[in-house]
Ligand binder design. Structure first.
Ligand SMILES: [Fe+2]
Ligand SMILES: [Fe+2]
Length: 327
């Protein structure tokens, strides 16, 4: 490729020269992959900007080096801080921190405004993302030393063990909003095995402080039997359920909870008014939570869990409601 071929493509409806080798159709597909774009976004006024700004981030890796040099870690509680949507900061008893699924608005503009602010530039040791959809992949926003984007396999650091299991995104919208139908309009398939790449998913199990937390992401409700065997016993389940049943239906989510029998269930991917606009089409998860045998409406975005506290729990729903950490 010659240098002249490397010029960036600007998409503002006026300058629409496509890069060599990129047909209008393939460009259209690429926009779809970024968040299921529409013709409106391509001809509209919003540029798609997705470049990482990590090289400008403040701080450095001193905390990671400190953890790396430790040979013993204190026992104690695991911190779970909710940042809205599917984003959590999980902090190990030894002080190692992970941010999972930081969110942003769709860079193509096709899906409109979902979030009320930019994701907080929170200092953490590790940033992780389950898949490439805009509401899960703002991996440049947390101020972190490590980025484990769609990591499959096992990673161990400090008093953390993280395992990523490759699976597939939910591909049939169970609620009123048939968002998965949009993929057909781009000529791609939503469902396995020939799904478009952005419908791939990685589910994480984060083990620390004796607690195994499952990050469901937007995974399908019916993974293969090997998936269930591999993930094993789960103590804390995070699962995407909202009143519009955007990713999972109530019944699908109930079936997952019944199968995994976690001690604690934390709803995600719902309308949290601190972070999320109604334009997202999401709704609160209150209805689903209040239909459960035992639940707690949390009054902050922060909680600490330890093995002694959760040992007697059985499918205890802990709902963050409209609480979310924004700094
Ligand atoms: Fe998704
Ligand atoms: Fe999502």
């Amino acid at each position: 490729m010659e240098k002249k071929d490397l010029k960036p493509v600007r998409l503002d409806g006026k300058v629409d020269e496509l890069a060599p080798g990129l047909s209008r159709r393939s460009f259209f597909m690429a926009a779809g992959a970024a968040g299921v774009g529409t013709a409106t976004s391509l001809l509209g006024t919003t540029d798609a900007k997705a470049q990482s700004t990590d090289w400008t981030q403040p701080g450095n890796n001193n905390h990671v080096i400190e953890l790396q040099n430790k040979t013993a870690f204190s026992e104690g509680a695991v911190g779970i801080d909710y940042y809205g949507h599917c984003a959590f900061k999980i902090t190990s008893p030894g002080g190692a921190s992970i941010m999972v699924d930081p969110w942003r608005d769709d860079p193509s503009g096709a899906w409109g405004l979902w979030f009320k602010q930019k994701f907080a530039e929170t200092p953490v040791d590790i940033t992780m993302s389950t898949h490439t959809h805009f509401d899960h992949d703002a991996i440049d926003r947390p101020v972190s030393t490590m980025v484990l984007d769609r990591m499959v396999g096992t990673f161990e650091f400090a008093d953390l063990k993280i395992t990523g299991f490759a699976d597939k995104h939910a591909c049939v919208a169970p609620g009123w909003y048939n968002w998965t139908n949009a993929l057909k309009e781009f000529g791609v398939e939503a469902c396995a095995p020939n799904n478009v790449g952005h419908m791939d998913m990685v589910v994480y199990v984060i083990e620390t402080g004796g607690i195994r937390t499952l990050i469901w992401g937007d995974n399908r409700p019916d993974p293969a039997p090997e998936f269930w065997d591999a993930i094993g016993q789960i103590d804390v389940l995070t699962i995407p359920v909202d009143g519009s049943q955007h990713i999972l239906s109530y019944e699908q989510a109930d079936a997952i909870v019944d199968k995994l029998k976690p001690k604690v269930v934390i709803p995600t991917h719902y309308l949290n008014e601190t972070t999320t606009y109604t334009l997202s089409t999401l709704a609160p998860a209150d209805e689903w939570v209040k239909a459960q045998k035992s639940y707690k409406m949390l009054d902050s975005a922060n909680m600490q869990l330890d093995t002694a506290e959760i040992s007697g729990m059985n499918k205890e729903f802990m709902y963050f409601g409209h609480n979310a950490q924004t700094t």
